[in-house]
Design a protein around this ligand. Sequence first.
Ligand code: 5AD
Ligand code: SF4
Length: 480
Amino acid sequence: MNQMNDISKIVSAPPAEEPARQRFYIEKMRAYADEAAARLGHSLRFCVQTFGCQMNARDSEKLAGILSDAGFVPSAEETADFVIYNTCTVRDNANQRIYGRLGYLHTLKKKNPEMIIALCGCMMQEASVIEKIRQSYGFVDIIFGTHNIYKLAELFDNYISSGRSRIIDIWQETDKIVEELPVQRKYPFKSGVNIMFGCNNFCSYCIVPYVRGRERSRKHEDILREIAHLASDGVKEVMLLGQNVNSYGAGLESEIRFPQLLKEVEKIDGIQRIRFMTSHPKDLSEELIETIAASEKICRHIHLPLQSGSSRILQQMNRKYTKESYLALAERIKESIPDVALTTDIIIGFPGETEEDFLETMDVVDKVSFSNAFTFLYSKRTGTPAAAMPDQISEDVMHDRFDRLLALVHETAKAENKKLEGRVLPVLVEEINRQDETLMTGRLSNNAVVHFPGDASLIGTIRNIKLAESKGFYYIGELQ
Ligand code: 5AD
Ligand code: SF4
């Protein structure tokens, strides 16, 4: 039987309430996709490209869920009929990459005029970006931001019903969290779960609070329902996502805070590993450390962004902790949670950073002995307090410090990983190794990567692997 919907039959007004309203528009989108498929002789394909962090990766899964429900089929190729770039703006090089790739998308659109191009995510929350796209990238069809990802189907409908005129829908702020919309996960066995959105910390270098808005926590009932559903769908590992998970629950009516939330997640059958990202050092409580230490499921990994080891620079950054308090916290975590891996983010070249300040950062890296660190060159973000600070650091000085820091991080990572060499530990097998198809790749509880000989039937299972050889940032293992 022909299941095709006739677009003209969907004439009723859209419901005002969410998520019913979006479900209405998803149906309408499906009618459009069916009609186009019949006309073109193939299903419409979509390609969502994600830039940036795990939050964006999760948002992209929501976009993919809406598009799949609407009858589009996923494609990894940008020759697809509907291409969405989910952008990042945390550092300027992320923005430059987008502009570069838009040029390429333009050549594809010239070959396929029916192609639809959408941009969304953090970069779109900046007025200067919207202005530039308006002026110089006339071929972009739909533009939305971080607060209205859930509205994709409605925006698509606005675009089609307006006779394909460009749609720009950017919200400055929202208190709305729309639940129960479709999601298409990248991995069947693990999933990110948003527990909160936005950030209230206003670190002086960071654009995130401006583009992701004020902090809002999801209700714990909604989070737990989502995770129970994921577990029943075969998910073994969840990553609880927020810019500062340690302040989860602030502003909610219920008393539940992050440690209690973790304990509730732990009770869900089928979930075997719980991760979270990111912890702000100023809010990481003793209770949280005890909760992790006592837990069977919470992974032995804490990502604890340092940003700088100089108390003077930390104050300028508005981080609200000092070198000493960070070191004391790292020490307490290591004492209380055996085998824990600490990883971090560090910014090099914050305005006014002297050689002495930089050496303080090196000192903290050396003392804490991080298992890994994401190191970034300071990037000036217009509108943040740091952009207007004097003494911006020259590129040469930044690069020199960056190289020295990286060399030290290699050393500490190597030393930390060496400690587990020879042990047999559980690994969640995630994928076939990208370089060598005879190897499988997975992760330890502490997030370190392990490659070992095996086959694809192991993907999604947790196996005991002997960590035969530590190679610095990863291990070569043997299936037991
Ligand atoms: N320049 C360089 N790095 C930055 N980060 C955030 N803002 C900037 C910036 N303006 C880094 C921080 C943060 C990580 C996600 O990105 O280290 O923890
Ligand atoms: Fe940016 Fe600081 Fe918020 Fe992290 S905590 S998103 S670095 S403002």
